[in-house]
Design a protein around this ligand. Structure first.
Ligand code: HEC
Ligand code: HEC
Ligand code: HEC
Ligand code: HEC
Ligand code: HEC
Ligand code: HEC
Length: 446
């Protein structure tokens, strides 16, 4: 009987298709890797002005915590706009002025007296605690050129465009792969039918398929297979039920909509406001607490709108300004008269993190005693546009860290004696929170 090379050609086609798929998957990897490099460019651009005397990044942080209550960069507030003050005064004068402006005015300095008169004789706070280096940093920040809105808005835009681009190219690659697979299947069928035709034409008998018992009947008759399959199904469903039960009460990634769109990215990130400025209770008490609206008004009496560069493709400047207006309505602040109207409405923040009542967790123990950073437990909060729960907060999560983290003993009188005893007991130099008793049920459970 003449042999038809049927099998051979099919396996060749299979090999070919594998090769095509591999090539495509490599290119798709290359596509995703490429845009990752682009976001570095805007970062380098912002870092460029650092060549001056001070560090504008540190300066921005200092400015926002100390000066923003009375000064804006580009508009008059309680005090004059500060962009470009370096050109107006000598640095020596600025040091004296910031350290104690009243003294400079009292000394009869002509510029100072004039400035004071021009600003309705408002008194500027004295900042003796700021070093000349700090002031250099602030002045470096006020000397950064004003970013054009269009240019400023561009970097976030390009970044999203790039990531969208990679998403699109991924989809294109997937689509192309699907098309290639489809073509291959069609080709296989065609090759098969052509071969049968050729065989028929050459008078070769293609053996007809013999009738077999259907596969499900064969399966039902084989008791061993049925047993193995049922055990497998039972185990698999048990696994999924267990998984379902374990995630009850775990709210990882819970991200509710808050009554005011308050962005940690803008406050803690871009403006570098310290977490403990608002969540001040975290240092000293069990709860970190949510700041009262008075804390917001320390800054927002003067900040009634965001700068043009803060707007993103997702949220416009008008949107952000509207959110600050909500804050004003809540505290009853009249922007025009700069006075409280006395009509207030509470803001009902939605609580996000919430352990069950039978668990005891204390912030000060972790933040002040152990020196754990907020971000270790709450994730990169300074990047969150909307706050969410980053970690699962399960018992396993707490225990895992207690096993891994060393207790900070240095400079803590409380631990001097206990450390000596425990390190002898365990024969180690360093102690983990677990060895200190961080695994005892009673420490975490009431
Ligand atoms: C309590 C409000 C207040 C705070 C806070 C404040 N300033 Fe002032 N600042 C003023 C006022 C008001 C003037 C205008 C002069 C006057 O009336 O005393 C002024 C003037 C100035 C001037 C001179 C501006 C010019 O146009 O010549 C500089 C420089 C300055 N402040 C720097 C700072 C720096 C730096 C900080 C933060 C470390 C700061 N100020 C914090 C209220 C404030
Ligand atoms: C200017 C004030 C301010 C600063 C600074 C600030 N926060 Fe907040 N934080 C808030 C407000 C207001 C809320 C409630 C609204 C919300 O959930 O977005 C909040 C909510 C939170 C929550 C969720 C609370 C809950 O309901 O479970 C966490 C966690 C948190 N902040 C951590 C941080 C960390 C970490 C930092 C520093 C990187 C920080 N915050 C800086 C004001 C602030
Ligand atoms: C230390 C100063 C400071 C404090 C305190 C502060 N803010 Fe702000 N906030 C700012 C600055 C600065 C901006 C504008 C940022 C910009 O233009 O880039 C801003 C912008 C905003 C915006 C518009 C952008 C956004 O996040 O949606 C809202 C709303 C807002 N703040 C609400 C609050 C609330 C609510 C509180 C109190 C929990 C608060 N702020 C406390 C400095 C502060
Ligand atoms: C060791 C982990 C850990 C660290 C470090 C930590 N937190 Fe928390 N945080 C938690 C847990 C767990 C909860 C939930 C507490 C609860 O429900 O009783 C929480 C809750 C919160 C809340 C909600 C309100 C409250 O008090 O329950 C805020 C706000 C908060 N944390 C802010 C902060 C800030 C700001 C820091 C840094 C100064 C910080 N956290 C550091 C684990 C941590
Ligand atoms: C990022 C690491 C980390 C995480 C996550 C963490 N802890 Fe801790 N915890 C520590 C460290 C470090 C100490 C030791 C502090 C000290 O020096 O006393 C500690 C101490 C404690 C103590 C005191 C133990 C003692 O011996 O007195 C309790 C209670 C506690 N943690 C509860 C919790 C609970 C509940 C959670 C989860 C919701 C949690 N911790 C999550 C790091 C962590
Ligand atoms: C480091 C703190 C910590 C220690 C130590 C600890 N637990 Fe927990 N435990 C938790 C937290 C947090 C939860 C809540 C988990 C959740 O909400 O999913 C929890 C939940 C539980 C639950 C409820 C079931 C569940 O998973 O939600 C039981 C039961 C429990 N713990 C028993 C124990 C026993 C028994 C011990 C001692 C061997 C112990 N725990 C030690 C922190 C701790």
């Amino acid at each position: 009987m003449k042999k038809v090379g049927n099998h051979n050609s099919i396996s060749r086609i299979l090999l070919l298709s594998l090769a095509v798929m591999l090539t495509f998957s490599f290119t798709s990897n290359a596509q995703t890797a490429a845009p990752a490099a682009t976001p570095a460019a805007p970062a380098a651009a912002t870092a460029a002005p650092a060549a001056g005397a001070g560090d504008p990044v540190k300066g921005k942080e200092l400015f926002n915590t100390n000066c923003a209550a009375c000064h804006k960069l580009d508009a008059k507030s309680t005090g004059p706009a500060l962009r470009g003050v370096k050109e107006k005064h000598e640095m020596a004068w600025i040091y004296k002025w910031v350290h104690n402006s009243s003294e400079v005015i009292k000394s009869g300095d002509a510029t100072a007296v004039k400035l004071f008169a021009e600003n309705n004789k408002s008194v500027m706070t004295a900042f003796p605690q700021l070093s000349e280096g700090d002031i250099d940093n602030i002045i470096a920040y006020t000397s950064t050129p004003k970013a054009e809105p269009a240019v400023g808005a561009a970097p976030p835009g390009t970044v999203t465009a790039a990531s969208e681009g990679s998403e699109i190219s991924n989809n294109v690659v997937l689509g192309a792969l699907a098309v290639v697979m489809l073509l291959l299947v069609v080709m296989l069928f065609m090759v098969n039918s052509v071969l049968t035709k050729v065989a028929k034409a050459n008078g070769i008998e293609v053996a007809p398929k013999e009738k077999r018992t259907p596969i499900w009947k064969a399966f039902a008759q084989n008791q061993f297979l049925v047993l193995v399959t049922s055990i497998f199904l039972l185990l698999a469903s048990g696994y999924f039920v267990y998984g379902y039960l374990m995630q009850i009460g775990v709210d990882q990634n819970y991200e509710p909509i808050q009554p005011i769109h308050y962005s940690h990215r803008i406050h803690a990130g871009s403006n570098g406001i310290n977490c403990k400025y608002c969540h001040s209770a975290a240092r000293v008490s069990k709860n970190a607490g949510i700041p009262s609206l008075n804390v917001c008004m320390n800054c927002h009496k003067n900040i009634s709108e965001v700068s043009d560069t803060t707007a993103t493709p997702d949220h416009s400047k008008a949107f952000y300004d509207g959110e600050i207006a909500k804050l004003y309505t809540a505290v009853g602040w009249d922007k025009a008269t700069q006075k409280y109207t006395g009509k207030t409405q509470p803001v009902k923040w939605v609580r996000i993190h919430n352990l069950p009542d039978f668990v005891y967790f204390n912030h000060s123990q972790h933040v002040s005693v152990a020196g754990v950073e907020c971000q270790t437990c709450h994730g990169p909060v300074q990047e969150f546009e909307v706050m969410k729960q980053f970690f699962p907060l399960t018992m396993g999560w707490c225990i895992d860290c207690h096993r891994k983290t060393d207790v900070k003993m240095e400079g803590n009188e409380y631990y001097a004696k206990i450390h000596a005893e425990l390190s002898k007991k365990y024969g180690v130099d360093k102690l983990t929170a677990a060895q200190m008793g961080g695994l005892e049920c009673g420490k975490c459970h009431y």
